[in-house]
Design a protein around this ligand. Structure first.
Ligand code: AMP
Length: 453
């Protein structure tokens, strides 16, 4: 999973991209980067680390230019190295330069890369953003296509998820795969410059006049003529009748103050909580969320049931997302570094503990133990999604089925492993009720129905 941000024709491009990427830091904390163009030169800075470390104010002075694109990375495919961070750039001897950032995963990466390599194209990384860029540049520079034709050619051959930004010296291109797996919104600032981001929360901080979604299979070109929308018919490029937005963006990934896929993440999470409560008859003294991703799920649940919502777990916000740590030992320790139970709060009380999802079971096993040690008499787990049984190939980091607890254990066995008094997941039919157009979503991590492989 990653976050992208871009801006066209703004003197403070580098500063604004820094702010936008900072608002999307939750989408990737491993590395970040930015490419800025002033019409003559392309300047690139990318490094391992957080946005505020990599783009300190003194570093921005070298990033002159008014067209800029940036990226925060959370590795799903490819090694953890600066080579795999984005943007990727190509500078040609004849003059044109190209920079690209993308959010998603290309499932036929190996096949397409081999094909391009056989034609003499060189690769410096194992990242699919570089594949998308090299595919486009090859078709423009060697086959004589326009950039729009090359992106269309890409839509025919690149299988998988991509919400991408391509910057040249003069133009900014936004395009999204025909399934619309990953979110992407664009808008206009008060001064007329165009901005584009993975999530609307990153546009909000710049007070846009308006913003809307880039549609599946749409290409938007921004240049001195303004915005040109090329609305391709997604049906020509995909194997399903409808879009396949990632439902996990609503469950976990996106910020609750964002609109993704045309709906408010906060509302979807509240709906999930209500639906979870309706299907449940457990009684308890309080409902508590595992902060922060399940806050609104727990709030919806508590309102529906009339059981008080309490904040019994305190989260250290400086640890980062537990799941993102590279190996299991570090991951185990960071659950304790990240959460603590309120003292004298749980003694003798029955708790409904809400989390958005269970992936490996690491987090909830530790937290359940923590709450029991703090004196809780019963801990009932309620999960705002169905069991995650299948790996995601479209940009969420659930790489092997072996690591997914629900693909190896029954619900009763998971309950026992975690040490809870009861465990209930959201039913997939209820999950479908939580969003406004259920047929437009991908549920492959729950039902194994992969729209493209
Ligand atoms: P685990 O401890 O492995 O069961 O991970 C579950 C926790 O990680 C949940 O509390 C989620 O908030 C979070 N989570 C779920 N899916 C992901 C993901 N793909 N990337 C990062 N964190 C996730």
């Amino acid at each position: 999973m990653c976050g992208i941000f871009g801006i066209y024709r703004n003197e403070k491009a580098a500063e604004l991209v820094t702010l936008g990427l900072f608002a999307e830091q939750h989408r990737g904390q491993e590395s970040c980067g930015m490419a800025v163009n002033d019409g003559i030169a392309l300047r690139l800075r990318k490094k391992m680390g957080l946005v505020k470390e990599v783009f300190r104010p003194e570093k921005l002075t070298n990033l002159q230019g008014d067209i800029a694109i940036g990226h925060v990375r959370y590795p799903t495919c490819g090694a953890s190295s600066v080579y795999n961070s984005q943007p990727h750039v190509v500078e040609t001897l004849s003059g044109p330069s190209y920079a690209l950032t993308s959010n998603g995963d290309i499932v036929n990466y190996i096949e397409l890369r081999k094909d391009l390599e056989a034609k003499g194209v060189y690769f410096a990384s194992t990242n699919d953003g570089e594949l998308i860029l090299k595919f486009i540049v090859y078709h423009v520079e060697k086959q004589g296509l326009s950039i729009i034709e090359a992106i269309r050619e890409g839509m025919k051959h690149l299988k998988g998820a991509y919400s991408s930004l391509l910057a040249t010296k003069e133009e900014l291109y936004m395009f999204r795969d025909p399934y619309g797996f990953r979110p992407m919104v664009f808008g206009e600032l008060q001064d007329g410059s165009t901005v584009v981001a993975s999530e609307s929360c990153a546009l909000d901080i710049l007070y846009p006049r308006w913003f809307k979604e880039v549609k599946p299979a749409e290409i938007i070109v921004v240049n001195k003529l303004g915005l040109t929308h090329i609305e391709n018919d997604p049906a020509e490029y995909r194997e399903t009748a409808t879009a396949r937005h990632c439902i996990f963006e609503h469950i976990y990934f996106s910020r609750p103050d964002s609109f993704v896929f045309g709906e408010s993440v906060y509302k979807v999470r509240m709906n999930i909580g209500k639906l979870l409560a309706k299907a449940d008859n457990v009684q308890a003294d309080m409902v508590i969320p595992v902060p922060d991703s399940s806050n609104f799920i727990a709030l919806g649940y508590s309102r529906e049931k009339g059981i008080p919502y309490e904040i019994g777990l305190i989260r250290n916000h400086y640890v980062g997302r537990t799941f993102i740590k590279p190996d299991q030992t570090i991951r185990d320790e960071s659950v304790y570094q990240k959460f603590n139970a309120l003292p004298y709060f749980f003694e003798g009380r029955k708790v409904i503990l809400i989390d958005d999802s269970i992936v490996r079971g690491t987090t909830l096993r530790k937290i359940t133990k923590m709450i029991r040690n703090a004196g809780a008499s019963e801990v009932h787990l309620r999960i705002g999604s169905p069991p995650v049984r299948y790996s995601c190939y479209y940009g969420i980091d659930t790489p092997t089925r072996k690591e997914l607890i629900a693909s190896n254990k029954s619900v009763a066995e998971i309950q026992e492993y975690i040490g809870a008094d009861s465990l209930q997941y959201l039913d997939i039919q209820d999950l479908r009720k939580a969003v406004s157009v259920p047929e437009d979503y991908c549920y492959a991590c729950f039902d194994g129905d992969y729209p493209v492989l």
